[in-house]
Design a protein around this ligand. Structure first.
Ligand code: HEC
Length: 249
């Protein structure tokens, strides 16, 4: 009974109960920052309570003081002197110890394209290939509009309304769908490169790009050659980027 009336014991009891409730009593668990904030408030309240007047404060200090100086508490003292550094050391160890982590996936994001590909039974040379629709300047707008339609029907789910790679499905994929607004994608690629990537998709990536789990579909069975060149024109037109040119040597 005297234990329950001891201020020190009461303070410890309140802290332990508060810890238990905040840590394990709240579902779903409160974030760590909220938890520490509430614990700090409880601690503050407890300190105010035990120091509300001189007697209370003296009473609170007594067991702490007696543990530190009384000859008959020597055993507890020695135990604390060993335990506290051990606990701190263990805490430091858990913070610093290396945690097992999945190795990073090294992949060539833009591997060299093949010299030529087979598309619907036809051999297409990628090296030096230009977008044939570019010559038809009179129908530029028509082709871009047709490309936009192809894009909205097929690509928007992954590559997004704003061509920024944030379509509805985008968050389910690793690697994420390409962000065409990023200067690191279509702005530094040739149209022939895009043609190859759209025709063959993730499955068509060369071995040097493995491990690779690209969700980019191969469109060769769904889109015609013209539709693919049109969607490429749309990508450049909508982002305001220019395709990279073949170096003339
Ligand atoms: C199922 C989701 C999905 C759909 C649908 C999709 N893509 Fe992709 N696409 C991806 C992912 C993921 C990547 C990134 C990985 C890669 O390069 O293979 C990608 C990459 C690309 C790249 C390569 C960009 C670069 O920088 O190398 C092009 C070009 C591309 N997509 C065009 C298209 C076009 C055009 C369509 C529509 C006809 C389309 N995609 C539809 C998921 C998709």
């Amino acid at each position: 009974m005297s234990l329950l009336r001891s201020r020190f014991f009461q303070a410890v009891l309140v802290l332990v109960v508060a810890f238990g409730i905040l840590r394990f009593g709240i579902r779903p668990p409160a974030p760590w920052s909220v938890f520490t904030l509430y614990m700090a408030i409880v601690l503050l309240a407890v300190l105010i309570y035990v120091s509300s007047d001189g007697d209370a404060w003296r009473e609170f200090k007594r067991p702490v003081w007696s543990t530190l100086v009384d000859p008959d508490k020597r055993a507890i003292r020695s135990a604390l002197i060993v335990m506290i550094p051990l606990l701190l050391g263990y805490y430091a160890y858990t913070q610093a110890a290396a945690k097992p982590q999945a190795p990073p996936e090294l992949r060539a994001v833009h591997p060299a394209p093949p010299a030529s590909i087979r598309f619907r039974g036809k051999e297409i040379t990628i090296q030096g290939l230009e977008n044939p629709l570019r010559k038809d300047t009179a129908n530029f707008k028509v082709n871009v509009a047709a490309g936009a339609e192809t894009y909205i029907r097929n690509c928007v789910y992954c590559h997004g309304d704003n061509l920024d790679g944030r379509g509805h499905f985008a968050y389910g994929f690793n690697p994420p769908p390409a962000n065409f607004e990023d200067p690191g994608t279509i702005a530094m690629l040739q149209e022939a490169y895009l043609f190859w990537r759209i025709v063959k998709g993730g499955p068509g990536l060369p071995r040097e790009s493995t491990p690779w789990n690209s969700a980019m579909p191969a469109w060769e069975d769904r889109l015609t050659e013209t539709q693919i060149w049109q969607v490429i024109m749309y990508l450049y037109d909508a982002t305001g980027r220019q395709p990279r040119r073949w170096e003339t040597s």
